[in-house]
Ligand binder design. Sequence first.
Ligand SMILES: *[C@@H]1O[C@H](CO)[C@@H](O)[C@H](O)[C@H]1NC(C)=O
Ligand SMILES: *[C@@H]1O[C@H](CO)[C@@H](O)[C@H](O)[C@H]1NC(C)=O
Ligand SMILES: *[C@@H]1O[C@H](CO)[C@@H](O)[C@H](O)[C@H]1NC(C)=O
Ligand SMILES: *[C@@H]1O[C@H](CO)[C@@H](O)[C@H](O)[C@H]1NC(C)=O
Ligand SMILES: *[C@@H]1O[C@H](CO)[C@@H](O)[C@H](O)[C@H]1NC(C)=O
Ligand SMILES: *[C@@H]1O[C@H](CO)[C@@H](O)[C@H](O)[C@H]1NC(C)=O
Ligand SMILES: *[C@@H]1O[C@H](CO)[C@@H](O)[C@H](O)[C@H]1NC(C)=O
Ligand SMILES: *[C@@H]1O[C@H](CO)[C@@H](O)[C@H](O)[C@H]1NC(C)=O
Length: 571
Amino acid sequence: MMMGYGRFRLYIWISSIMYLAYFSCGFDPGDNYLIDCGSPTNTTVSNRVFVADNLASKFLSTPENVLVNTSANSITSSVDSPFYKTARVFAGTSRYTFPISQSGRHWIRFYFFPFVSGNRNLSLASFSVSTQNNVLLRDFSPNSVTVREFSVNVTSDTLVITFTPSNNSFAYLNALEVVSVPDSLITDDATSINPSGKFQGLLTQALETVARVNMGGPIVSFDNDTLGRTWVPDQSFLGQPNLAKSISKIGSVKYPKGGATPDTAPPTVYGTLTKMASEDDPNSNFNVTWDFNVDQGFRYLLRFHFCDIVSTSASQLYFNVYIDSWNVLPDFDLTSKNFGNLASACYMDFVTVIKDSSKMSVSIGPSSINNNYPDAILNGLEIMKINNSMGSLSGVGSVASSSTGHSKKNVGVIVGVSIGVLVVVIAGIICFLHRRRKVKSHGNSKIWVPLSINGSHTMGNPVLVGKIRPDSLRKFAETAEKCLADFGVDRPPMGDVLWNLEYALQLQEAVLLNDPEENSTNVIGELSPQVNDISNVETTALAQFETSSVDDLSGVSMSRVFSQLVKSEGR
Ligand SMILES: *[C@@H]1O[C@H](CO)[C@@H](O)[C@H](O)[C@H]1NC(C)=O
Ligand SMILES: *[C@@H]1O[C@H](CO)[C@@H](O)[C@H](O)[C@H]1NC(C)=O
Ligand SMILES: *[C@@H]1O[C@H](CO)[C@@H](O)[C@H](O)[C@H]1NC(C)=O
Ligand SMILES: *[C@@H]1O[C@H](CO)[C@@H](O)[C@H](O)[C@H]1NC(C)=O
Ligand SMILES: *[C@@H]1O[C@H](CO)[C@@H](O)[C@H](O)[C@H]1NC(C)=O
Ligand SMILES: *[C@@H]1O[C@H](CO)[C@@H](O)[C@H](O)[C@H]1NC(C)=O
Ligand SMILES: *[C@@H]1O[C@H](CO)[C@@H](O)[C@H](O)[C@H]1NC(C)=O
Ligand SMILES: *[C@@H]1O[C@H](CO)[C@@H](O)[C@H](O)[C@H]1NC(C)=O
């Protein structure tokens, strides 16, 4: 009897601990770096501690410590407002290197507020942010409170986040999060709508959150989401708000076994929705449409969240869901997807390409099959930009960004050589595209390019080859290869090509600057003849740039590309 009671107490104790653990923390991230940049003290926001700047300095390498603060009360009051009172300024290229204990997807969230502190005006900042594999922001200059959220799959044991001030400018940051994401959140495939079929390979893509919307419901701030996400109301995205009506039944949401979980989206998202504002009118025939700003030339992942909290019995509600003009879920019956269960949370993923528009619309409308009055619903929507073939999420920005102004002459010469090599590669690409447009068969494409890369590096003598960092050469090769993708959208814009080539160049410079022996005049002497050889190739490349039509390589004009190359060479 006593034993039984003791065991029962133990059971109660364990259950309550587990209950508390589950509901107070939800998902327990393996990596969890929260930093309040520039702050002398820890900042606690709900139950999360953003550590003081000095506690994070062990992860940071920066040329100069500049911490700024504001007492301005112009900061809109919101849960994240304490972050915005302080910032760290990066006067030169700076890096955070975080040890990663759990490989897989991680959120990276940046918080910016451009305040004025003494004689420093953060509105004048312009900078780029990248990881080892991806360009996240390019020539970025926030003009109000801004949060940018990315999710990247980290497979190495560190995540390096690099801030690079644009030409003559500086970078800054108010707060930073690097937090593990549950593996199950983003799966590998989705339905591709143009071309229609299956999109595979999401696991390795970097994503940027463009919109995360709670249809028909309130804002869900990051302290009410198990994964620290913020969901915004849909009002401001609605084309014609008078056609929409919201419903809320948060208590009735069920998370089915093996399906959506509170980590997919919280009950406040699934338990509220926007529907057609048609009170029992059998002739209602219109769409409810939301509009979003997007960057052209990128793929987007759209995740629709549904939970039928309006029907009173199964298979009452059939509706259509459109992405732009594509009917992606014709005659959609939620209960058939949920095995006849009403109010079951579910989601569907689609990938679409935005070719030549800066808008994307999502609509819901009635189906012609209807067992009841015409209606259509949507509970939540996430829109995520997928990195382009160069690993970049930034479509904007100038070629001149991040150019490093090394003035050392000898470095200039060696750089000249590597720039020469890259010009050969670019020339190769351009020739190829040029040819392919005239010829139209891609029979020999796979062979032609590797040849040009080999050609360019054997063009130098073995000394030259030895001085090109393998990293750097690999980056050149990757860049060249990506330019040859069969579909235009898979080919990088010229700005990205340049960005990557510059990155390769920086890899190259890094080794030269760190290795005084390689920096010696002796090496320069050996390399000089090659520089002359390659300058002829440049002329050829220039001719190629001018003669090829540039429609495949949108973004940056060829003359700017070339002038940038010449400038980097430091002649
Ligand atoms: C700040 O937070 C860190 C990490 O949670 C903790 O180790 C440290 O003791 C805190 N410092 C203060 C002064 O509370
Ligand atoms: C704000 O900046 C001023 C001047 O740089 C400094 O004296 C002060 O300690 C800072 N305050 C905080 C809270 O960081
Ligand atoms: C800071 O820079 C912005 C953008 O150039 C400008 O609009 C603003 O007036 C500047 N503020 C101050 C106090 O100089
Ligand atoms: C970069 O700075 C140089 C002068 O230092 C200037 O000539 C050039 O126009 C600048 N480029 C951009 C894109 O601002
Ligand atoms: C991350 O990418 C690797 C392949 O590089 C893949 O095996 C792994 O499943 C991915 N992880 C997640 C959580 O997406
Ligand atoms: C968010 O949580 C706070 C308490 O932490 C609560 O008062 C508020 O109603 C919640 N909001 C939503 C949308 O869930
Ligand atoms: C709803 O939008 C789709 C896609 O734009 C369109 O084809 C359809 O005709 C619209 N339906 C109504 C009733 O306006
Ligand atoms: C995203 O970038 C990676 C390299 O980081 C590349 O392998 C992948 O193909 C890119 N995704 C797309 C859709 O181009």
